[in-house]
Design a protein around this ligand. Structure first.
Ligand SMILES: [Fe+2]
Ligand SMILES: [Fe+2]
Length: 275
């Protein structure tokens, strides 16, 4: 793996990564099928999902005049393109364990092509802001939760996810600032969040069942119990803990930087040797 830095004048760098995933374990998260497939599930969304984010921001780039935001847009596009590429590399590798993430990627491609057809530029940008809020808050959880990250028992996948998690926090305000700069309003922002939430959980629920069924794990109740506990336990479930930050998005004056994650990012940059 190598990490080089470019676009130094943006608020955050674009790191050129090149992971090779040979010999990664099949059940690399907690040795558990449900949780490993949950992370695989998320990974299958990224190659075309991140392309959708990039396209949504790029479509209005010409309307942006503020110099710092223009630089940050370039760095945002660079980071997201790199995430697409590296998750696509992992997804391709997963086929070695008979996990067909390529098929799920294509379903996302078709879904997003349809979404692009039936929405306006501003609605797509609002959907991007909503999904960027998901990725930033999920990523922040990962950065905070040693109890979860120590269960990633494959070093390359650990690096992939933690690198991605840092960058989602570094660029979490860019799509939002662009949305505001092009006159995006409150109603479209929260309406698209509501629609995006239903779609997102519908898709990951569907993909989770598909991955477990294809792997012969659909009736592995022990794994279901463990996975659902890790995601939904009332006190510290991975998804349960996202509820308050999620609701905050519906606040009229919300801005992604209201929640400061800079120290956390800095700690992890040092930890992964990015400084
Ligand atoms: Fe990303
Ligand atoms: Fe992102």
């Amino acid at each position: 793996m190598t990490a080089k830095t470019s676009t130094p004048s943006a608020s955050f760098p674009v790191r050129r990564m090149d992971f090779s995933f040979g010999a990664s374990q099949k059940y690399w998260f907690a040795g558990d099928p449900f949780m490993s497939h949950f992370m695989n599930n998320l990974s299958s969304l990224f190659p075309y999902g991140e392309k959708f984010f990039v396209d949504s921001v790029r479509a209005v780039r010409e309307q942006i005049t503020e110099p710092q935001l223009k630089k940050d847009i370039s760095a945002f596009i660079g980071q997201e393109a790199m995430h697409s590429k590296e998750h696509a590399a992992y997804n391709e590798y997963a086929a070695e364990h008979d996990i067909d993430l390529g098929r799920l990627e294509l379903r996302i491609k078709v879904l997003l092509a349809w979404v692009t057809k039936i929405t306006t530029q501003k609605q797509r940008l609002a959907a991007t802001c909503a999904l960027e809020h998901f990725t930033a808050t999920m990523a922040e959880q990962l950065l905070q939760r040693e109890d979860l990250t120590t269960q990633m028992n494959d070093p390359k996948l650990y690096q992939l996810w933690m690198w991605h998690a840092i960058e989602e926090n570094e660029h979490k305000a860019v799509a939002y600032d662009v949305y505001q700069a092009v006159g995006g309003g409150y109603f479209t922002r929260v309406a698209m969040m509501a629609i995006t939430t239903l779609t997102f959980f519908g898709v990951i629920g569907w993909f989770q069942l598909h991955l477990l069924r294809k792997d012969g794990q659909l009736f592995n109740w022990r794994s279901w119990k463990k996975g659902l506990g890790m995601l939904f336990s009332p006190r510290n479930g991975f998804l349960t803990k996202l509820l308050l930050p999620y609701l905050d998005y519906y606040r009229p004056g919300f801005h992604p930087l209201d929640h400061d994650s800079k120290q956390l990012e800095q700690r992890w940059r040092q930890r992964l040797g990015f400084n």
